[in-house]
Design a protein around this ligand. Structure first.
Ligand code: AMP
Ligand code: MG
Length: 361
């Protein structure tokens, strides 16, 4: 069975939805996806790209699970070898952030999902031709116990050890957002006033697309129709948006498609969800939360979000017959449908801490 890998790179860009006046855009391939910067002129876009392209490259050399020499790969190679590995400040920062979200989400976000990514064939050239045994699945699941990561954030340098061979850190759910924040900080420090940074659907806005627009118009992808968007909203200065989708990366095993986001509680890829978009004050948080909320789903997700003020989410259940956007109230009022009203929109909000939610048209 051949492996099918789809990278939906132009998911969420103002131009991707084909509305509004054109803005200048410079794009390139990095970190296994498309990076882009939009600005009010091509000259500004190119200037911005010169600054941020090396940042993305550096993040890739730290966090890539494909490069054997990346810092993350070296940590994984040391698993079970009784060596406390010193971490660069960037890796230490991201591991600390990932562990915090793992704790807060009770493991829905799991930085040790790497063993399951390998089990399901995401780290090999070809996916397995048949599913392995339930026993092998449970072995891979046990290796994803993030509580067992030995992390020493107060030592100098910060150190980490994975105590069992086969344990694999995978920060793919948070590293792109982190890279976008680095780019955002660099651009704002040099005085950039208008730009939209995009790294494979992880966005952060500076200023506006053109004078008087008030921000950057951004589309919510329709997960069931390639290259089409179903709704849009205006991202304002400093805001970040991230999307996690089952269409972004998947494998086919014995003619069945499996998405790339793992529910480590079962050891299996999450089913039932097509896409989750999060708006947050930083791209790292948007990235981490979109993956977490994809695993949690809307009911548990909306209660979990109460701990993250300023963050909003949209869930699109995996039902192509009935495109439905389940939106938290803050984003529901900012969305406008693209074209005809082709989707059903419901507003959901947590009633109390017991993860109940109310529904309103
Ligand atoms: P994203 O596209 O940001 O949702 O990140 C998905 C990527 O994060 C996957 O391709 C894996 O590398 C990794 N991953 C998969 N499942 C999880 C999980 N439950 N928690 C954290 N990272 C995960
Ligand atoms: Mg993510």
């Amino acid at each position: 069975m051949t492996r099918t890998l789809a990278v939906a790179a132009l998911l969420l860009t103002a131009t991707g939805c084909g509305s509004g006046p054109a803005v200048a855009r410079s794009q390139w391939f990095t970190m296994g996806t498309v990076a882009a910067i939009q600005a009010q002129s091509m000259e500004e876009a190119k200037k911005g790209r010169e600054l941020i392209q090396p940042l993305f490259e550096r993040v890739n050399t730290l966090f890539s699970t494909w490069q054997e020499t990346s810092e993350l790969s070296r940590l994984n190679q040391a698993a079970g070898k009784n060596e406390l590995t010193p971490l660069s400040p960037e890796v230490a920062t991201l591991v600390a952030a990932a562990l915090q979200i793992a704790e807060a989400s009770d493991g829905a976000f799991n930085p040790l999902a790497g063993s399951l990514m390998s089990f399901w064939g995401f780290t090999q050239e070809r996916a397995p031709s048949a599913l392995s045994s339930e026993e092998a699945l449970q072995e891979a699941r046990k290796l994803a116990d993030w509580h067992r990561i030995q992390f020493y954030p107060t030592s100098t340098p910060v150190r980490l050890y994975l105590p069992h061979p086969g344990m694999k850190l995978d920060l793919g759910a948070i590293a792109k957002g982190y890279a976008v924040d680095l780019a955002y900080n660099t651009l704002t420090q040099v005085g950039t006033t208008n730009a939209l940074i995009d790294l494979g659907g992880n966005l952060r806005a500076i200023g506006e697309a053109s004078p008087g627009r008030g921000g950057w118009r951004t589309g919510i992808r329709n997960p069931f129709v390639d290259g089409s968007c179903t709704a849009q909203f205006l991202m304002t200065n400093g805001e970040a948006v991230a999307t996690s989708g089952n269409y972004e990366r998947f494998v086919e095993i014995a003619n069945k498609r499996y998405g790339h986001i793992m529910d480590v509680r079962t050891g299996r890829p999450v089913t039932g969800m097509a896409g989750v978009t999060v708006v947050a004050p930083s791209a790292m948080l948007a990235d981490a939360l979109s993956t977490t909320l994809f695993v949690l789903g809307p009911e548990a997700g909306v209660a979990f979000l109460k701990h993250y003020p300023g963050c909003e989410a949209i869930w699109i259940p995996d039902n192509p017959e009935k495109l439905t956007l389940l939106c938290t109230p803050g984003i529901a009022k900012r969305l406008t449908p693209i074209g005809q009203k082709q989707f059903i929109s419901r507003v959901i909000s947590a009633k109390d801490n017991n993860a109940r939610w109310s529904e309103a048209e």
